[in-house]
Design a protein around this ligand. Sequence first.
Ligand SMILES: Nc1ncnc2c1ncn2[C@@H]1O[C@H](COP(=O)(O)OP(=O)(O)OP(=O)(O)O)[C@@H](O)[C@H]1O
Ligand SMILES: [Mg+2]
Length: 312
Amino acid sequence: MLEIQNLNKSFGPFKALNNLSLTVNDGELFGFVGANGAGKTTTMKICVGLERADSGSVIIDGTSVLSSNKTMSMRGKVGYVPDFFGVYADLTTSEYLHFFAGAYNIWGKAADTLTDNLLELVNLSDKASMQVDSLSRGMKQKLCLARALVQNPNILFLDEPASGLDPKARHELKEILKNLSAMGKTIIISSHILPELIEMCSSIGIISHGEMKFNGSVEDALALSSGGECIEVTFAGDPGRALALIRECPFVKNAEATINGITLTASGNDTEYAALLKKLVVNDIPVATFTKKHENVEDVFLNIMEGGIANA
Ligand SMILES: Nc1ncnc2c1ncn2[C@@H]1O[C@H](COP(=O)(O)OP(=O)(O)OP(=O)(O)O)[C@@H](O)[C@H]1O
Ligand SMILES: [Mg+2]
């Protein structure tokens, strides 16, 4: 479990992190969302011991990682893939992983087996003897992920791992992360590609100007934002009095005619929605579809980031 409490970090007069608190449970795939400069990389660097916090605490599996005598012993528990990776030239993919295995005191047959397994996990087995600097960007990114797994960490911090990847490579990365999650690893992944995070992550944190705006499940974030559910009704013909009938319902907060039909936001339960649908049908309204929808995901997050929505 990762617990970040009241983290503060300034660069000169600029406050990059402001009392940032955040919890990620074991085995969770956690999406860390925020605009450029929000503080994602700074937070991750502090968690992995590459940046010092001014105050606050980072606790991983009950141990504070910020106290200097614990930082080294925690390194084996934590894997990190930075947003900017330098890979050493003049090494093959296999030699590169052997090098890092050696850094964790894994040698000989054990290092060979580990390297083979990791290359297989990230689908790079056929590139084992290729020079690292001649790998494509996506391949280098996967190699960095393999490198971060050398010490078999419980918790992985991945800073924008999908950036610059084509759709096929993104899909592959997503599958690898799902596999790692199924293996019980806790994964914190930052990204700007919000719909992808939503699809993949079990929970999310939204950061803006160094402050957490939201920490919880994806469903909670979406519900918080719309202040209810969004339902789209389409019609096989003239909707007639549909809009007026819908607006009569006490649980309907807002209903508007759109190019597709009628979109409404409501805070009813399924029984009430069924009654509304029946009311339309018995009034001879030609309802074609009646569907719960999520708001546009990008809009939801922008709204939360800009402070339009209160913290949960
Ligand atoms: N070493 C540094 N010196 C001065 N300012 C810094 C330093 N590192 C980060 N900052 C500032 O702290 C803020 C947060 O930066 P950070 O890299 O954490 O943002 P981010 O959320 O990762 O952004 P991005 O999405 O662009 O990667 C930015 O305003 C940045 O300029
Ligand atoms: Mg960053």
